[in-house]
Ligand binder design. Structure first.
Ligand code: URP
Ligand code: ZN
Ligand code: ZN
Length: 487
């Protein structure tokens, strides 16, 4: 038999379900063999002393996206996916952002063109429906589904983004017809507007007031309404970026009742708190994101919700804006919190920060780390088993990870274009050394080798993404069934 293209030798292979010493044989970009003492390959990569993980799957990141307020976030597909690769993430799901009055199909074409040119890692898109008028749902959506789009995002809050309940039901109905997953930004719009107006009128303009302007009960209401509407149509949904204990509790209860709801939280809600915004001057703007950072007690509740399966994945919600007139300070040097662009960078540091917390900090260990950051998002969004695991036939998207390397995260710019990181000053243990995309090194010894355009679009079929109820879907292993943990 022809030799393997590459053998990764002597590492500890980690999947969501297992951890064992093995060599990996790679052919034509895929994992071809897993075993002890594989025959020599044309090339060899020494993994002794390293853990071999599936490349991260970040299911929620905003890349080169024009916001509803008219600001393009700081990254291009090239800079964002370079930062993803350097942090061990080999698949991203970013967004096609439709705006009110505009065409979804034209937006999709535009994002495809830019991603094809710039992406260094593989990618798929969630389609943001800001204006789900009948011709969009009836005429533009079906060809996009046939072209491999399998998930939508809707907002229940924010000017120029939010849709009313009746429109949301229209989206759910269309998603059900095509077998799509619907991801929901679930906050109460009126509460945010009402609180924001009163705070600013009384002179409370500092970034720290972003937090009370997004009442916790507003997240509870939004999640509850999102689930209730979805239940009316028996349509699966994913609640994005859950930030509060109470929000997670709503999902917990709904899943216990058998509702088809999944939940995501993000690195920042697990590892940062609202105290970050409480800095002199405008500095706290760096930590403004929506929903806002919350309290240490929320972190505990979110870790617990991940542990018991109420929430299934941890994304970055990478949404980078620079601290200048192109981004956070577009409305001047001294904006009120309401005028500051929402979002923070996180694609690169998602895996290192979570690895440190989960593996060295005792929050679930290595297999759970792989499950939450790669396997579960790949399954939920219809990318598994091609992505998100180490198994024969899977794409050879691999991270050779130095579990002991301690890195103090420097203040200042990183490979993305935000110009800062919210995690500056933190020392994390565990860092990616080599990263492979479909068997080819895109990071070697921490140096970026990947080139723009190397990333490929990952078409997904409608139907698969929508069925992982955890009970009836045969490809779900009941032993690792998220839902079963609750019952
Ligand atoms: O503040 C955030 N997270 N901005 C990104 C947009 C969103 O709703 O995810
Ligand atoms: Zn959102
Ligand atoms: Zn987001």
């Amino acid at each position: 038999m022809e030799p393997f293209d590459l053998v990764i030798r002597g590492g500890t292979v980690v999947t969501a379900g297992d951890l064992y010493a093995a060599d990996l044989g790679i052919r034509c970009g895929r994992i071809d063999a897993i075993g002890a003492e594989l025959p020599p390959g044309r090339e060899e990569l020494d993994a002794r002393g390293l853990v071999v993980l599936p490349g991260g799957v970040d299911p929620h990141c905003h890349i080169e996206q024009l916001s509803a307020a008219g600001i393009v976030n700081a990254d291009t597909f090239e800079s964002a996916t370079a930062s993803a690769a350097l942090g061990g993430t080999t698949t991203v799901i970013s967004f096609v952002a439709q705006h009110v009055g505009s065409s979804l199909a034209a937006a999709a074409e535009d994002y495809h063109r830019r991603a094809e040119r710039g992406a260094i890692v593989d990618y798929a898109f969630h389609l943001i429906l800001a204006d789900p008028r009948p011709e969009i749902l009836k005429e533009e959506l079906p060809p996009l589904v046939r072209a491999g789009h399998a998930s939508l995002k809707v907002f229940l809050a924010y000017d120029r983004l939010k849709i009313e309940d009746e429109q949301y039901l229209d989206v759910l109905e269309a998603a059900r017809a095509h077998g799509l997953m619907v991801c929901v930004h679930a906050e109460n719009h009126g509460m945010i507007r009402w609180m924001g107006r009163r705070l600013v009128e009384r002179g409370f303009r500092h970034p720290r007031f972003h937090v009370p302007s997004h009442p916790r009960i507003g997240e509870v209401e939004g999640i509850h309404r999102a689930i209730a509407c979805a239940a009316l149509l028996d349509q699966p949904i994913m609640i994005f970026h859950v930030s509060t204990a109470e929000g997670a509790a709503v999902i917990h209860r709904a899943r216990g009742e058998g509702k088809k709801v999944w939940g995501e939280t993000c690195t920042q809600y697990l590892t940062l708190t609202a105290a970050e915004l409480d800095r002199p001057g405008i500095e706290g703007a760096k930590w403004i994101c929506s929903p806002p950072l919350r309290e240490p007690s929320d972190q505990e509740a979110l870790w617990w919700a991940l542990e018991v399966g109420t929430l299934q994945c941890v994304s970055s919600d990478h949404a980078p804006y620079r601290m200048d007139a192109t981004g956070k300070l577009a409305k001047g040097e001294n904006p009120s919190f309401e005028e500051i662009a929402n979002g923070m960078p996180g694609l690169e540091l998602r895996l290192p920060v979570l690895f440190d917390a989960m593996v060295h900090g005792g929050r679930g260990g290595l297999c759970r780390f792989v499950e939450l950051t790669a396997t579960a998002p790949a399954k939920i969004y219809g990318l598994h088993p091609k992505k998100g695991t180490i198994a024969p036939g899977a794409d050879a998207d691999l991270v050779l990870w130095d579990a002991e390397r301690a890195v103090t995260i420097a203040d200042g710019p990183r490979r993305d274009r935000a110009g800062y990181t919210p995690y500056a000053g933190r020392t994390v243990r565990g860092w990616p050394r080599h990263v492979l995309l479909r068997g080819r090194p895109i990071v070697r010894d921490g140096e970026l080798l990947g080139t723009p355009g190397q990333g490929r679009f990952l078409p997904r079929s409608g139907g698969r993404a929508a069925v992982p109820t955890g009970r009836s879907e045969p490809e779900f292993d009941p032993a690792r069934n998220f839902g079963a943990r609750l019952r």
